[in-house]
Design a binder for this molecule. Sequence first.
Ligand SMILES: Nc1nc2c(c(=O)[nH]1)N[C@H]1C(S)=C(S)[C@@H](COP(=O)(O)O)O[C@H]1N2
Ligand SMILES: [Mo]
Length: 430
Amino acid sequence: MQNKIHDSEPDDTNEPSVLDGLNRRKFLASGGLATLAAALGAPIPFADKLAPGLVPEALAAEAAGLTEIPGKRGLRILGDRPLNAETPVTLLHDDITPTEHHFIRNNGHVPERAEKKDLNGWSLTIDGEVNKPLQLTLDQLKKSYKHYTRALVLECAGNGRAGYNPPASGNQWTLGAVGCALYTGVLLKDVLKDAGVKSSAVYIGYIGEDPHLSRLPNKDAISRGVPIAKALDENTMLVWEMNGEPLPTLHGWPLRLICPGWPASTSGKWLKRIWVRDRVHDGTKMTGHSYRLPRYPVAPGTEVDEKDMDFIEEQPVKSIITNPATGMEVALGQELKLSGHAWSGFGDVTAMHVSYDFGATWVKCTLDKPRNKYAWQNWNVALKLPQRGYYEIWARATDHTGRMQPMLVPGWNPGGYCNNAMQRIAIKAV
Ligand SMILES: Nc1nc2c(c(=O)[nH]1)N[C@H]1C(S)=C(S)[C@@H](COP(=O)(O)O)O[C@H]1N2
Ligand SMILES: [Mo]
């Protein structure tokens, strides 16, 4: 299965991906009954009548590509070179997203070091506009600075891209390129303070160990960054643990950056270097149209000059309905219980509403406080639908700045970023 990502070079399609080796072969070759049943999540009562080699219909959509990703369950795979997979929205119901349900967004290959969990020769370099460049082993990093554990939302800026028309090229994420896991690590500002940031510093750039898709050693898969103020923000972290375990291979082992509230592309995985810059970082995917929005509204399909585009910084307010799934039926007279999460790159969400009459009236939901800044907030509400028939539930979050989710897709933009339109689900009262 191939999937073109926008602004990437032509793919080296002949090169086997890590997952080719790990999974596709395993699934197809072993193909045993137990494997099939596990993949289907149920026993197969008439297995003896299933022709050998016949792919069960439930798996047919996936048959052309991957069927499973190590350590993951239930993700929808958008592409495997690079690997990109999103979470079906109903699997995001937990307060803290389990690692097996957290989306994956890779721009290049997974580094060999992370595959092998090999710390030999690994260190983090902090250099550039600092008085004292640092080179830290993981142990030194853990020993030298105070630890923090926080629940933090990571959302790909392209989440919701599938909602734009005309379509923007790139991964067609629907709702599931988001998750809120628990991360443990240190504050980037504590490390930067130790290195002594010079007054000439304006930006940081991260450099990860993941090879470019071409495997050319002089090319980075991605190397983004944030202004120095965001780097020094008390919520920006260097983390080695996700949900109480060492960072998984796919999420950046041994160390990643988390810049909460901003496009997750700024949260570099497989870190080896933080480069403090005297200019806006100009690494891979910092230039051109990547992660930028037009400064003014443009008609759908318009070409926009780079000089008229700004970087995406805080991500817009958003919410999801994780329960029930769209298409559910509810018996008339019975309560329809709805729940989900809400978050905003600008800080706390202060109100959550749903409508079951196409936006004519709105019902206020119960909304929890976040566990910490930049964690998502749980919401719930119980409705009684007035008569039999078809309804839609629309869900709308408002943050403390007064920003609110739009009913339809927000401003079209060439990269298909930041779609925070309200989620709608279909419900029948029967
Ligand atoms: N080194 C490196 N860091 C990276 C990426 C990558 O490909 N390589 N992808 C970025 C993007 S675009 C996103 S959305 C997030 C995804 O994080 P996740 O895969 O842990 O969900 O990581 C970011 N950090
Ligand atoms: Mo992303």
